[in-house]
Design a protein around this ligand. Structure first.
Ligand SMILES: C[S@@+](CC[C@H](N)C(=O)[O-])C[C@H]1O[C@@H](n2cnc3c(N)ncnc32)[C@H](O)[C@@H]1O
Length: 411
């Protein structure tokens, strides 16, 4: 039986998901239908999601959200909820609506810190179903810090849930496989191309039947794993792959294998891992997001270059990576309903201008102390539109149609 978290106000929060708001989406007072294309919608995301439900139900491929972490601080946006229950009451109906928006092969990723991570996981398990949970990812947020009494927090977490895990396609790491460091690992080559050697015998492998056998080396001597140890492949697989040219014998005086006399062998046996074959299959992304491009500093730096100050924006590279690894493609819809400075739109435009995106950001005024270092805007929604405009200009390609986005206000 699934264990559920209870808190004060939970039932009412669940009901909120199904009560439509009284307002509508409009542009300069005229009602608009948000159906297709790129949009920045200003307003509280709960009634906005309700307003979008009829058109976007089961249509969204990826939802990325970065909600206030409930740190109890007044940041450039308000991050003070009166307590955990209050924060969960805010999140619950929005998550229920998020699930409704997702396509059957869609997924949601949520950035969160330790403040609410545990509670959020319980709630997401309930809303999306435990069986649809993806492994959580740790993002390295900073490299040097000495804040904190016991540990200096230097990561946050990206939780992921599929609408239906069985229908979510395999992820492929778009960064590593294109990186020169990764390609350099394939330092040998033959007629079939670049390859890396992987030892057929690994001491850490658990014993399994039929995986300890004699292999004949080029000089006629034979090798076998030490007593109680095994090769990675069964004998038929080995013979099959050897016939296909995937096996290499290397002479060495440090072989871990035994020879016929029970002493150290003169040969070690390797299998060839070809770069092209590995790329074709795709690399699985690891659950540690440690690339320098994913740190907080990288997000802030990019905004500062654009003349914007929005502490705690997420780096564009992070959201682009998540979408690319899922294979989000032309015509797919991506949603971010805690849009902040609009990083998700920027990330999608740079990944593929034909991905459709919808951002929702409320009209929170920017506190006075954050006005310095920012364009002359009054609310975070203004700042979001400003950034997305700049991003469009920066990405404009004279050979392509200009990227168009529209704005709507919920009221
Ligand atoms: C952590 S920030 C998101 C930052 C964003 N990922 C970026 O890279 O800039 C959370 C944002 O959600 C907005 N927000 C909070 N509650 C909201 C609500 N109910 N409706 C719409 N936006 C909301 C806040 O104003 C804030 O801009």
């Amino acid at each position: 039986m699934t264990v559920q978290l209870s808190w004060l106000g939970k039932d009412a929060a669940i009901t909120m998901a199904s009560i439509p708001g009284a307002g509508c989406l409009n542009t300069h007072g005229h009602p608009v239908t948000v159906d297709g294309g790129n949009w920045i919608i200003e307003g509280d995301n709960l009634p906005v999601l309700q307003a979008l439900r009829p058109t976007y139900q089961n249509r969204v491929r990826l939802i990325y959200i970065d909600p206030p972490y409930n740190t109890g601080q007044q940041l450039i946006y308000n991050d003070r909820h009166s307590g955990r229950a209050d924060w969960l009451n805010m999140m619950m109906p929005r998550l229920i609506l998020a699930k409704e928006m997702l396509r059957d092969d869609g997924a949601i990723f949520i950035s969160i810190s330790d403040d609410e991570r545990a509670a959020l996981e319980w709630v997401c398990d309930e809303v999306f179903g435990e069986t649809n949970a993806l492994p959580s990812c740790v993002r390295v947020t900073k490299r040097t810090s000495n804040k904190g009494k016991h540990f200096s927090p230097s990561h946050d977490v990206v939780l992921g849930y599929a609408k239906d895990l069985r229908q979510l396609s395999e992820f492929k790491d778009p960064l590593t496989q294109n990186s020169p460091e990764y390609r350099r690992l394939f330092r040998y080559s033959d007629a079939k191309g670049a390859y890396n050697r992987v030892a057929l015998y690994m001491p850490s492998l658990d014993t399994r039947p039929n995986q300890r056998y004699w292999i004949t080396c080029p000089d006629g001597s034979r090798v076998i794993p030490p007593e109680g140890k095994i090769f990675r492949w069964t004998e038929p697989t080995f013979l099959d792959k050897q016939g296909l040219g995937y096996v290499e014998f290397i002479q060495t005086n440090r072989s871990p294998l035994w020879d016929d006399a029970g002493g150290p062998a003169k040969w070690n046996v390797y299998t060839k891992l070809y770069l092209e074959e590995r790329l074709e299959k795709g690399l699985r992304p690891t659950t540690v997001l440690s690339d320098n491009r994913f740190t907080n500093a990288s997000g802030s730096k990019e905004l500062i270059k654009m003349g914007i100050r929005f502490p705690f924006s997420k780096p564009r590279a992070l959201i682009q990576y998540l979408a690319a690894m899922m294979g989000v493609a032309s015509g797919d819809v991506v949603m971010d309903f805690f849009a902040g400075s609009g990083t998700t739109a920027h990330a999608m435009m740079s990944l593929n201008p034909l991905i459709e995106w919808i951002l929702v950001q409320n009209s929170e005024p920017i506190p006075r102390r954050y006005l310095v270092g920012n364009p002359q805007v009054e609310t975070i929604a203004d700042l979001c539109r400003y950034r997305v405009n700049l991003a469009c200009e920066g990405l404009q390609d004279p050979l392509r149609d200009p990227i168009i986005w529209r704005e709507a206000i919920y009221g």
